[in-house]
Design a protein around this ligand. Structure first.
Ligand code: SF4
Ligand code: SF4
Length: 202
């Protein structure tokens, strides 16, 4: 089994245990560490640790093979203020939770929402436009040093990586150009590398 899958399964089991014990707020410490490390390692929290993404990948894994139709991202949600508005709302809620000491299951609620979104929409709707954790990580990851890159020497511009990416992190506006991976939107899931016919993604 691939190392990423082992880590994903382990962290999801830990998440389920914390939920069962009513201690899910402890997960925020794990997220905090992921946020700090993202300044060097990029969004590895999303690709390796996040239980929401693990659940989403499970649902989405055979979508293409089974020809399951998923809706594209609605245009209105591509407006940048919506993404940051959701983040501000999320941070406000978290501050309120900490100040009042109320136990609001923010993470389990977002987990459920992420899963529902994946049933009907392509996964980038969540990863790039809705998830407040993802938005925070994409801000911190702007300084990241680790990332996948397309090697233009080997790339044949087939576009398979672009169609596979669950985070819409590969820019390919002009088909005559080589695709470019947007480092701070990349979840480090490695799916582009798996589908590339010429091993052009390093
Ligand atoms: S498919 Fe490639 S570019 Fe897209 S998120 Fe995964 S590793 Fe990053
Ligand atoms: S899948 Fe590989 S060869 Fe095809 S466009 Fe992407 S990097 Fe280039």
């Amino acid at each position: 089994m691939k190392r990423r899958k082992v880590i994903q399964i382990s962290t999801t089991i830990l998440f389920i245990i914390l939920v069962a014990l009513g201690k899910v707020q402890l997960w925020m410490a794990i997220f905090g560490i992921g946020l700090l490390l993202s300044t060097y390692f990029g969004r590895f929290y999303c690709g390796y640790i996040c239980p929401i993404n693990t659940g989403m990948e499970l649902i989405d894994s055979n979508a293409d093979k089974n020809k399951r139709k998923r809706k594209s991202v609605p245009e209105i949600y591509k407006k940048v203020w919506i993404r940051y508005g959701i983040l501000v709302l999320f941070l406000g809620t978290m501050i309120m939770v900490f100040k009042t000491g109320k136990k609001l299951p923010v993470l389990p609620l977002l987990f459920g929402l992420g899963i529902i979104i994946t049933i009907f929409y392509r996964p980038e709707f969540w990863h790039k436009y809705l998830c407040p954790y993802g938005t925070l990580l994409s801000i911190f990851s702007k300084f990241g040093k680790r990332s996948y890159k397309v090697d233009n020497e080997d790339c044949i511009k087939c576009g398979k990586c672009v169609r596979t990416c669950p985070s819409d992190a590969i820019l390919w506006e002009d088909k005559k150009d080589y695709p470019i991976i947007i480092q701070n939107e990349c979840l480090l899931c490695g799916r582009c590398q798996e589908v590339c016919p010429t091993d052009a993604i390093k």
